[in-house]
Design a protein around this ligand. Structure first.
Ligand SMILES: Nc1nc2c(ncn2[C@@H]2O[C@H](COP(=O)(O)OP(=O)(O)OP(=O)(O)O)[C@@H](O)[C@H]2O)c(=O)[nH]1
Ligand SMILES: [Mg+2]
Length: 276
């Protein structure tokens, strides 16, 4: 087989991706030994790590620093018998491969928490060229969020397809919790709830309904929950959106989400950390 002509830089980049895949796979291999876990998915910058840190209680530490883009899988325990694993939302192929391998592997998760953010996914300047290409070229917040919404739909469609395939050989994942995060930024937007709620009409609820019909409602269900984590402003170019919710609402929503996850996991008798 002829090897392609690779530059020094290509080789360095390839080695980085290779190391990433190998770490990912080692973590996934460990997971195979753990029977019960939930998987958190969602595209880059939607707020997975921040939500994970809030669910785990880590975000309530005084010295909590809001997350940078994740490179590695993040893992924790929802309670004594239920793990929680977050797959980083990098746009690259290794991320999709990690999700595919987890869902179609020997030990798929019991349920999926799929995080969406109504088009408010964050692009970080640390990622350099993302700001000058694709969605990064959007001139207005409206154009930016429309583009991000389109990506959210594509992302969920792919995951739905893998869930369907996973059910050909087993019964997991048994449910999807659509975590509609960053709600503090769009709580007053009347179109947002219809976009995600089970009774709503939009590509996302329609795709999840279709998935339920494909798999059968005895074996699969989905629901949506409004949620938020760090209550910080969002800005795109010259438009700034302020956070419109307080910590009390945030904590109530968070507690409700944790309880729902425990109920769905059928481990509600055991107490997890709960915000007051
Ligand atoms: N206003 C507001 N900002 C949030 C919320 N959740 C997350 N953010 C911010 O959104 C940015 C991205 O959050 P992350 O949790 O790092 O996103 P991620 O999905 O883990 O991103 P990757 O690691 O790149 O996949 C951070 O600056 C967060 O502080 C939220 O509920 N409300
Ligand atoms: Mg992250």
């Amino acid at each position: 087989m002829d090897l392609p002509n690779l530059s020094e830089q290509d080789l360095k980049h390839g080695a980085e991706i290779g190391r990433w895949i190998s770490t990912q796979m080692q973590k996934l291999a460990k997971l195979i030994g753990k029977k019960n876990y939930l998987l958190m998915t969602g595209m880059q910058g939607v707020g997975k790590t921040d939500l994970f840190n809030h669910i785990m209680g880590r975000a309530f530490a005084r010295d909590y620093v809001r997350p940078m883009p994740s490179i590695y899988t993040e893992t924790g325990k929802l309670n004594r018998s239920m793990g929680l694993t977050v797959i980083p939302g990098q746009t690259s192929a290794p991320r999709m491969k990690a999700i595919q391998d987890t869902l179609l592997g020997k030990n798929p998760p019991l349920g999926i928490i799929h995080v969406v953010a109504n088009g408010y996914a964050t692009i970080r300047s640390e990622l350099g060229d993302e700001l000058t290409t694709g969605v990064g070229k959007s001139k207005t917040l409206h154009a930016y969020s429309q583009s991000m919404l389109k990506s959210e739909i594509e992302d969920l469609y792919q995951i739905c397809e893998w869930i369907r395939q996973a059910h050909r050989t087993g019964r997991r994942p048994a449910w999807v919790m659509l975590a509609v995060t960053k709600c503090d930024l769009f709580v007053l937007d009347p179109t947002a709830s219809g976009r995600y709620s089970p009774g709503g009409r939009g590509s996302i609820p329609e795709r999840l309904m279709k998935l339920t019909n494909q798999i059968g409602s005895d074996n699969f269900s989905w629901q949506a929950a409004n949620i938020c984590s760090s209550l910080v402003p969002f800005n795109w170019k010259s438009t700034l959106i302020q956070s419109q919710l307080g910590v009390t609402t945030r904590n109530v929503w968070l507690r409700d989400l944790i309880n729902k996850l425990l109920d769905l996991s059928d481990t509600s008798g055991e107490s997890a950390w709960l915000p007051q």
